[in-house]
Design a protein around this ligand. Sequence first.
Ligand code: AHG
Ligand code: MN
Ligand code: MN
Ligand code: MN
Length: 335
Amino acid sequence: SESTSVNTNIVTLTRFLTEEQVKHKEATGDFTLLCHALQFSFKAISYYIRRATLVNLTGLAGQSNATGDDQKKLDVIGNDLFISAMRSSGKCALLVSEEEEEIIYFKDHTGARYAVACDPIDGSSNLDAGVSVGTIFGIHKLADGSTGTKEDILRPGSELLAAGFTMYGASAQLVVTMKGGTVNGFTLDNSFGEFILTHPDMRIPKKRAIYSVNEGNSLYWEENTKAYFNSLKYPQESGKPYSARYIGSMVADAYRTLLYGGIFAYPADKKSPKGKLRILYECAPMAMVFENAGGQAVNDRMQRMLEIVPESIHDRSGIYLGSYDEVEKVKSFHK
Ligand code: AHG
Ligand code: MN
Ligand code: MN
Ligand code: MN
């Protein structure tokens, strides 16, 4: 019967990407090739993370990156793996990485039409404790006639061609969305070495009483931020208070929020007036995923995150993202 038989009609990411390509008559296969390179980098990063404790890959690398974070050894390896994947694809004209101060231009990729932004390992402070981390990416198409300049990546998230993230947790999960499309979730089957479509057409629940924020920053919060979170913890009338969940890896907190609903926030505060998370490779890709799944994402001024245009590649923003109704509630406290 259905309930006892194994699933034999498996949709792999490879099949999924090829079917997408076939649907678009005008497609050249370049985007599919770029995605295959991404797919390989996710498998490789996942592999090294799982072996880290065994092969002396825990701890600091000894440098800090452009945004002032202390780099872990795995931040450096994840970055190298991602850069190599983009280089070998031949389809990436330029790359922005959290771990690189400047844009990397692949000048020998003549005809490459894509600009990519990535956070090779998000949540790297959690690495040595074996807590979930992941990779975040956003893909833009170069402007017509451009061979790849800064202006091709300093674009609003609304122009992203595709975006997504992985979470290397109990299993490796991949969440991908394309412009105007649905959100699809894949799980890496280590024995097949394939990402399998396990969560087709992901939709975020309209509301859920879970909040996710680093409450250790509350001393520095603005008054409306405090008022909003207090309203969740000390509801008026007879409402029940929200549950708190905070992992400290955006990918893991966002993945849970996508599946269960609720709100994830990293607001700007008096200590970090521009917020902590970076627009190109953290805020915008996540915002695209959440909007395409039926949720919302806004900055501290309640502007749609996907409309924010960064002035430089490592620009930051405060962010609230989550269930549609929960973000509406955030807005009601920021009028
Ligand atoms: P990264 O590890 O890529 O530098 O990103 C860290 C980010 C994000 O993963 C997380 O949501 C947030 O920083 C956690 O910050 P706090 O430790 O300040 O809560
Ligand atoms: Mn970092
Ligand atoms: Mn990050
Ligand atoms: Mn990172």
